[in-house]
Write a protein that binds this ligand. Structure first.
Ligand SMILES: NC(=O)c1ccc[n+]([C@@H]2O[C@H](COP(=O)([O-])OP(=O)(O)OC[C@H]3O[C@@H](n4cnc5c(N)ncnc54)[C@H](OP(=O)(O)O)[C@@H]3O)[C@@H](O)[C@H]2O)c1
Length: 299
């Protein structure tokens, strides 16, 4: 099976490279904007591809002719999306249409990643068919991308996920576990909100869900997150306990004391039964995931 990945410099993109490049089941082709920032790239070919460039997307997908395209590229900084709406729209919405069009033309299966931020957080945890109501432009852009795909004739899987974390090389965006671990280790005074609830997701678990979706060519929308729902404050205290750091410098705060550009949903989390049943999705617990991170950081 020939798999083409967009955004391979990112967190999910790198996890997919790690999992797929040594498997004899897959022929892997990776792409991201600019040069590859991943050092270990032996078993796949890398192309520079800006997915907002319609002609470049069309040419490369035709040349490569993949069976499956996994779109991990996105503008993921929620506050920046609020500020740079046009740029966010180009990448999170328009580019997805280019990918869907090209996949349809060559009968490839498109796997696309969406988010819990399509929901308003008033009644989480959510099922796949719950009513979306995004509070931020990022959430809206992702909902629009979903609508483009679901109303297209392309074969697709949409995997919605929540707060990704993991260890990767040269990533442009930090993630909660690495950020909190470093702040706790350095005994920095940090303010942590205790009134937003999420199910943090190990990037490897989401990568596994992408691979399962590719192998099964399963179609539809799936919720794939970690299985433990907790407040951000609890997340950080569990990280502290796991790595044996003191919580003395943690300061509990409320969301309304922050001056964030984008409004976040209060409580998300997903009901995972559909992904468990149809895909065989089986995520790690938060503590198991922290063990994995620990080992990766030591290595
Ligand atoms: N991170 C989360 O907490 C979270 C939560 C819910 C859903 N998701 C979704 O999960 C997916 C993967 O997230 P992630 O955390 O792995 O994202 P990420 O680390 O930000 O990776 C995205 C990658 O896309 C690349 N990219 C940016 N603009 C591009 C363009 N025009 N053309 C091609 N590539 C481009 C980025 O390049 P640079 O590295 O050079 O910027 C980056 O490497 C995204 O769809 C995201 O919306 C993420």
């Amino acid at each position: 099976m020939k798999i083409f990945i967009t955004g391979s410099n990112g967190l999910l993109g790198q996890k997919l490279l790690n999992k797929l490049q040594y498997s004899r089941l897959f022929h892997l082709i990776a792409s991201s904007k600019g040069k590859s920032r991943v050092k270990n790239k032996c078993n796949y070919k890398y192309y520079e591809l800006d997915i907002t460039d319609k002609l470049a997307v069309s040419k490369l997908i035709r040349d490569v002719s993949p069976d499956v395209v996994i779109n991990t590229a996105a503008m993921t900084n929620v506050d920046l999306c609020e500020e740079l709406r046009e740029k966010c729209y180009d990448l999170n919405v328009k580019a997805v249409e280019y990918l869907a069009d090209e996949c349809f033309k060559i009968n490839a299966h498109l796997i696309h990643i969406s988010t819990d931020f399509i929901f308003d957080g008033k009644s989480g945890p959510y099922k796949e068919d719950d009513q979306p109501n995004p509070l931020s432009y990022y959430g809206l852009s992702k909902l629009k991308s979903e609508k483009i795909i679901t109303s297209h004739k392309v074969k697709y899987t949409i995997l919605r996920t929540i707060v990704l974390f993991g260890v990767a090389e040269n990533i442009t965006k930090n993630n909660i576990v690495l950020w909190a671990k470093s702040a706790l280790k350095n005994k920095e005074k940090i303010n942590i909100i205790d009134d937003q609830f999420r199910a943090p997701t190990l990037a490897e678990d989401l990568a596994d869900a992408c691979i399962l979706a590719a192998m099964k060519k399963i179609e539809g929308v799936y919720h794939v997150s970690g299985k433990d729902i907790m407040s951000i404050y609890e997340m950080v205290t569990r990280i502290a306990m796991h790595f044996n750091y003191s919580c003395d410098n943690l300061n509990r705060i409320k969301t309304n004391t922050l001056n964030q550009k984008a409004i976040r949903p209060k409580k998300t989390g997903f009901i995972l039964e559909k992904a468990k049943h149809d895909l065989g999705y089986n995520p790690h617990s938060f503590e198991e995931a922290l063990d994995i991170i620990d080992k990766q950081l030591i290595n």
